[in-house]
Every structure is written in C-alpha cells, then in structure tokens.
Design a protein around this ligand. Sequence first.
Ligand SMILES: Nc1ncnc2c1ncn2[C@@H]1O[C@H](COP(=O)(O)OP(=O)(O)OP(=O)(O)O)[C@@H](O)[C@H]1O
Length: 286
Amino acid sequence: MTAIAVEKLSKTFGRVKALNGIDLSIDEGEMVALIGASGSGKSTLMRHIAGLERGDAGASHVRILGETQQKGGKIGSKARELRSQIGVISQQFNLVNRLPVMINVLVGILGRIPRWRGTLGIFTEAEKRKAIEALGRVGIPKTAWQRASTLSGGQQQRAAIARVLMQRSKILLADEPIASLDPASARRVMDVLADINSREKMTILVSLHQVEYARVYCPRTIALRDGKVVYDGPSKALSNDFLTELYGSASEELVLPADLPVESAKRRRDKPAKTIEPNLGALEPA
Ligand SMILES: Nc1ncnc2c1ncn2[C@@H]1O[C@H](COP(=O)(O)OP(=O)(O)OP(=O)(O)O)[C@@H](O)[C@H]1O
C-alpha cells in the first residue's frame, strides 16, 4: 500500500514559493531520505505530510495510507485520525527536560488512553513496561528514571524515537534528526531508525543535510531544490559530481562528512541490531 502520496502540492509564504508542484509517492515499509540545501523546502514538505500545514488552494492532494489528509488546501475529515499514524521527530528532540525520560516516552500513548489519565499522568504497569521496552529497543533502558535534561543529544533523540514506538504510528517523519549530533551519535540514531524500519516495517522519511548518511542508510533519496523534486531514485546513484551539477553553488550545503566510515556503517546496517533487554528490577524510581 502507498503510505504517503503527494500530488501537485504547492505552498506559498508571501513571495516565497516554498513548495512548487511536489509529486511523490512512498510505499509502506520504505526508508527514504529527503535531501536539499537550506531553504529548499524539506521542513515545509514534512509539515504538510504531517498534517500540520495546509497547501495552497488548487489541485493538490495529500493522501496518507490511502486516505485523504488534505486536498486543494483543505484538511480532510480523516486528518485527525491520520495524525495518530504519523510519528514526528526533529532536530530539537522536543522532550520535556524536567520530566523523567519514562514520562516523555509515555507521552506517545496519550492519543490512545482516556484523557483524564493522561492529564493526571496515571499509567498502568503494562504501559510502563512497554515504555521501558521501547527504551530498550533504542538502546537506553537504564535512562528511564533520569530527567530528560541529563541525557546527551543522541540519547535524547533516541528517547524521542522510543516515544514514537509507543505511539505505534505506521509512519515516521524525521526532520533533520541528526543535524545537531556528533558523528558517532548520529550513526547510532540512524542505526536505530534503520532497525525500526527493517523490523517494524515502519515507513520512514528522513530529511538530511549529509548526503553520505542517505547513501548508507536509505535505499532511495528524494532531492529538493527551490521547492521542486529534482531527483527521486536510488541513493547509491547520487555521486558527488552529480550533486554538484544538480545544486550548483548550493551543493556546498550538502557537505559530505569525511569521517563517516561508510563500509562499517553498511556492515552494521546489514547485521541485525542487538536489542538490549531491560532489567526491570533495576529501573524502579529511587
Ligand atoms: N512559516 C513560514 N513563513 C514564511 N516563510 C517560510 C515559512 N516556513 C518556511 N518558509 C520559507 O520557505 C522556504 C523553505 O523553507 P524550509 O524550512 O522548508 O526549508 P528547508 O529545506 O527545511 O531548510 P533547512 O535545511 O534550512 O531547514 C524558505 O525560503 C523559508 O524561508
């Protein structure tokens, strides 16, 4: 089934045409990179797919899992329901710093439990166990009772991914998830995304500045320039020469990190990731 289908989507902010007739289709279970220089429209496209923004009036149509999310600049009647099928992570992590990691992860189920329970922060033992499992899945089960603010950037991003796992959404939109991370943390986050994609079959669209990560982790890349799709195809076909030609002077924005050990990252991706089993007894609050 098609997870994300975008037709003729345009978005104008004042005089800026942020999106200019975008057409794309992503099947369920794909992991696709979205690349482009700063200002090319990546975040704007993500926000439209997430249902957070309406496109210009016209012939546009955005469908999520076969259902209309917006059409001709109007939000569809199923949009709210569809929103729960889309998990979003971003460069900013969006965790509540003063709360324990566990509570931040449990926020992922708020859409599925009675509102009063969410408001009072009352979660069942089974829900808490699931949250710890999700933290185990992203490799940081022992951080469950730490304040979110005490985690490193890479750990915070993995906690944000655990929250999406709790949400049980079918699609994950990751808007520059590794932009503020050092290379080692960035690789760990990308490993986790690749693992979730292969094991949960979660559809992932991940925007990246660093083309090398797209090459290593995503079989397919969609490239934007000035709000238009200028490339949609296999990531391995994206040579530096091709990108320099495609982007001209803007290709400097797509710097390839020299220190990404491509081969070892590939080996890691091919190898099934280890799940760290949580030690529940050791994780009770002090
Ligand atoms: N809310 C807004 N109001 C006005 N202009 C906007 C708004 N959001 C985006 N834009 C403009 O739309 C264009 C695309 O922006 P967008 O943030 O989508 O690019 P991007 O590819 O995600 O860039 P970056 O890699 O720097 O995050 C830019 O020219 C930006 O200034």
